[in-house]
Design a protein around this ligand. Structure first.
Ligand SMILES: [Zn+2]
Length: 252
């Protein structure tokens, strides 16, 4: 026999709470993808650059300084790396974060200063995962793929996604001694695929390698767990309120 208030079955609620606790305990943290590699590792040599999205992405728009834009601007100073929202974005190579912020064009952005006058720029991120002054390398997740900033501009010809936003992608740019340069100087870039660009949504569920998929899933699982933890805290708060109400009810 259990207590109940209205249609709330407290015994059932308690079982659910217990269930949440046991799940919480048995959860195994995925590999520490966010931890930079050992500081004893030799610094990355010039040329040891890694693609910011590891293994799986489509070219949604390439580097073209003369290109006329739908919004009147000229030039596309980077490459649009398209991958499912939430895909981890890594630093190009060893460096120090010197820009983290939000603006109307880039949305959530991160900038990293590297040696040799190289600066890398990551935009439209769902969120940034680093802070100003953080030391990073090509194993550090600096953020996740999203469509913040002008990736949400309704005039954008690529606004093919539900809700009128451009498909999730990381706009990635590199400055060398203060001037934008073609990222293809640093790592290989797949050819722009007009078939993909016409309907990126069709490809959002596809991955080019199992490793990339597993990595993204492990990362998203960790995200999911922290969100769940927040929701759980809220639920406990509600439960305490409920208990107080119940106590008042029986003691009045
Ligand atoms: Zn772009």
């Amino acid at each position: 026999m259990g207590f109940s208030i209205g249609d709330i079955d407290l015994d059932k609620l308690l079982e659910e709470v217990k269930g949440l606790f046991s799940k919480q305990k048995s959860f195994v943290q995925p590999s520490t993808v966010q931890t930079p590699t050992s500081i004893n590792e030799p610094p990355t040599e010039s040329g040891a650059y890694k693609t910011p999205i590891h293994g799986s992405w489509h070219n949604l728009g390439g580097f073209d300084l003369g290109m006329k834009r739908y919004d009147g601007r000229t030039g596309h100073q980077g490459v649009d790396m398209s991958a499912p929202a939430g895909t981890p974005v890594y630093a190009l190579t060893t460096g120090v974060v010197n820009k983290v912020g939000t603006d109307t064009l880039g949305g959530n952005i991160v900038g990293v200063q590297h040696s040799g006058g190289i600066w890398s720029y990551y935009a439209h991120l769902a969120s940034a995962r680093v802070h100003d002054g953080d030391k990073v390398d090509s194993n550090t997740i600096i953020g996740t793929v999203g469509n913040t900033g002008n990736a949400g501009n309704p005039k954008d010809p690529l606004k093919t996604q539900e809700g009128g936003r451009t498909w999730p992608h990381c706009h990635f740019g590199i400055k060398q001694n203060g001037a934008w340069v073609d990222p293809s100087k640093f790592f290989s870039i797949p050819a722009y695929d007009p078939t993909f660009a016409k309907n990126p949504g069709k490809y959002q569920k596809f991955w080019l390698s199992d490793d990339a998929k597993q990595e993204a899933e492990a990362f998203n699982m960790r995200e999911h767990t922290s969100k769940r933890r927040a929701a759980f805290t809220r639920d406990v708060g509600k439960l305490v309120k409920l208990a107080n109400q119940f106590y008042k009810l029986v003691s009045d």
